[in-house]
Design a protein around this ligand. Structure first.
Ligand SMILES: [Fe+2]
Length: 257
């Protein structure tokens, strides 16, 4: 049995929806409780849902009994502090798995390329049910920052770069893409990231938001791209040697939440 998928994501694996009027909302993300959680880059997370409603960022499969990234339980004290964010995550009516605000410290393009990873949202997901995808809602004004997607981790020709204006809404099959954010700002970036289950509810939400699978990619000069590729391979080799010196054979990079 195949998974239920959103056809809007079939062709390119992502859609960019109409921008949300972020400026009209209070900065609820500043009121939330954050926990240290290393994702790609220097990050902290403020979970709005978790496996059991506790202030916890761990994958649902790391609990007993394990479960896939669905049926997240709202964390009451967080929802009280961020009712608008919770409402926005609930708006499609699609099943919600993990839902959290990410805080990302500024980084470089080379950092972002090194941080590229695939998510594992669909671990333990049952065939015949909805495929889990991720929504990225940018909360702060990071118009110069880019969500970077690559089909092939090592191939910059496969790269798409989507700008992160306040209120930008991007839905991505993060298990299909290698992804990370390049955030050159001087203050942290905040974004709401929600795991949604594909199905008719999500399809209707994407259609209502005029989801565009061909949103324009931001061009970068070739030198910047080439320099980051060199730095990527340099860092991988450096890491390999560090592990080798400890007698550890390096495994391929593990997916991150
Ligand atoms: Fe990710």
């Amino acid at each position: 049995m195949p998974f239920i998928r959103s056809h809007a994501l079939d062709e390119t694996g992502y859609v960019v929806l109409d921008r949300y009027d972020q400026h009209a909302d209070p900065a609820e993300w500043l009121d939330l409780d954050y926990v240290p959680w290393r994702s790609s880059g220097i990050t902290r997370f403020a979970p709005l849902t978790s496996y059991a409603g506790d202030l916890d960022c761990n994958g649902f499969w790391n609990h007993t009994p394990p479960r896939t990234d669905k049926d997240g339980v709202w964390i009451e004290e967080q929802v009280r502090k961020a009712p608008v964010l919770a409402r926005r995550a609930s708006e499609p009516g699609a099943n919600i798995g993990r839902c959290r605000v990410i805080e990302l410290q500024p980084n470089t393009y080379a950092d972002a390329i090194y941080n590229l990873h695939q998510d594992d949202n669909n671990r333990l997901n049952a065939e015949g049910t909805g495929w889990v995808v991720r929504a990225f809602f940018n909360l702060t004004d990071d118009s110069d920052s880019l969500l970077i997607l690559r089909q092939d981790r090592f191939d910059p020709a496969s790269e798409v770069r989507l700008p992160l204006e306040p209120g930008s809404r991007i839905i991505v099959d993060t298990q299909r893409f290698w992804h990370a954010v390049w955030h050159p700002g001087d203050a942290p970036r905040y974004a709401l990231i929600t795991s949604w289950t594909s199905g008719p509810e999500l399809d209707a939400y994407i259609a209502a938001g005029h989801g565009d699978p061909h949103a324009a990619t931001v061009e970068l000069d070739q030198q910047t791209v080439d320099d980051a590729q060199l730095e990527l391979h340099r860092r991988i080799e450096e890491r390999r040697r560090a592990f080798e010196a400890q007698g550890i054979v390096m495994e391929p990079p593990a997916p991150l939440g």
